[in-house]
Design a protein around this ligand. Structure first.
Ligand code: SF4
Length: 393
């Protein structure tokens, strides 16, 4: 098997009935050290041969164990490390054996005579007799992908493809590049699905996550030094998802309590002080040492958004401030202290499906929403890519 998201992989996973089940079973079959072999090699730069040659089930178990661990903190250096190391492993596997039908990529093989002879001669350099066969293979257009599928993979420059009757024709190299884009998308999608399961995952995954984190911190040491702390940082309003922007702009009377007290309060507090929360029992006092961030940075934004509502939320319902503290985990109070955190549950931002069901007017998805299932992961994802861009400038 060469593609952990491909047809054969899906067949193997189907035997376990659900991904949830598969993740529960993995810890009994694969030690944390064995799963880590898939990333540890990055230090020496050479993938151990036995990792390449693992049987299908162990290969999938190791890979999905790492994805399960990433559920505790998507869009961090850990994800980058796991993606990089495993992309390399599967790239190597592909270079050894190759069956296009096994790839999680909607491509077909090109039939003989499908490309007009005159185009074939030019594109595949058929008249270049001095060219070795090996070189000629590089130009052969053996695969094709429907344009709509190509565009959905984010390909913008169609000029680099030979296009005919709604299909882009591909060389082996182009196929590999597309497969990499598809792998990255599937990878991200899977981590987002697992993010929703993280509170039910066995402790194995949190332990594995912590071990991956150690390797990632070592591997990306220089970048980390340049970046400073990768966790709590000032909020980047420009990277907020559409639902949060709408809530910030103020909403009408029927939506006010949900938009401000439930959604905005949970989103802003987690995004600012505990973006990588690892479980449901986290308390504000586990993440900050005094209340100044909440009082000076978060509460004013919530109150201003409440004042922009029609009618203004806190004028009509002054007690709603107590409810904000309640949702932050301090109990129903106007005068919280740090020690009070834990008196009630610190509400986590609701998932997109809940927002769509409870306040459909707030959910106006943009193109980035298709990757995520929770507004907080939308933000973490955008933050991750923004930092990458800034690092490269
Ligand atoms: S899809 Fe999710 S993040 Fe995007 S606008 Fe809707 S609720 Fe917000």
């Amino acid at each position: 098997m060469i593609d952990p998201f491909g047809k054969r992989a899906r067949e193997v996973l189907d035997e376990f009935e659900s991904m949830d089940n598969f993740l529960r079973i993995i810890p009994s079959y694969m030690s944390i050290d064995a799963a880590l072999e898939r990333v540890k090699w990055i230090k020496e730069g050479r993938i151990p041969e036995y990792v390449i040659n693992l049987d299908d089930l162990r290969d999938l178990m190791g890979f999905y164990a790492l994805l399960g661990a990433l559920a505790f903190s998507p869009y961090g250096l850990e994800m980058e490390l796991v993606k990089k190391a495993n992309l390399e492993i599967y790239r190597k596997k592909i270079s050894k054996e190759f069956d296009v039908e096994e790839l999680a990529l909607p491509v077909d093989k090109v039939e003989r005579g499908e490309i007009p002879r005159e185009d074939e001669v030019i594109l595949e350099k058929l008249l270049y007799e001095a060219l070795p066969e090996e070189e000629k293979r590089k130009f052969a257009l053996r695969y094709k992908i429907h344009l709509k599928n190509l565009l959905s993979l984010g390909s913008k420059d169609l000029n680099e493809y030979y296009i005919r009757q709604g299909y882009a024709y591909l060389t082996e190299h182009q196929l590999e590049e597309l497969w990499e884009s598809a792998f990255e998308r599937n990878f991200e999608r899977a981590v987002n699905i697992f993010y929703e399961l993280r509170e039910e995952l066995p402790s194995y995954y949190l332990e594995l996550y912590n071990r991956i984190s150690e390797i990632a911190r070592e591997h990306f040491k220089e970048r980390l030094e340049k970046m400073g702390s990768a966790s709590a940082q000032p909020l980047r309003f420009d990277l907020f998802p559409p639902c949060i922007r709408l809530a910030l702009a103020g909403v009408g009377s029927g939506l006010r309590n949900y938009a401000i007290t439930v959604l905005l309060t949970s989103f802003l507090s987690y995004a600012r002080i505990c973006p990588n929360s690892q479980g449901k029992n986290v308390r504000v006092k586990d993440c900050i040492k005094d209340l100044s961030v909440l009082e000076k940075e978060i509460l004013p934004v919530i109150i201003e958004a409440g004042n922009r509502c029609k009618p203004p939320l806190f004028e009509d319902q002054p007690n709603e401030i107590k409810n904000i503290w309640y949702h932050l985990g301090f109990g129903y109070t106007l005068t919280p202290t740090l020690e009070d955190s834990g008196n009630s549950t610190w509400y986590f931002p609701p998932n997109c499906s809940k927002i769509k069901a409870n306040a459909p007017e707030l959910c106006k998805p943009d193109k980035d929403c298709r990757y995520i299932k929770n507004p907080l992961t939308y933000y973490l994802r955008k933050l991750y890519f923004a930092r990458r861009r800034e690092e490269n400038e």
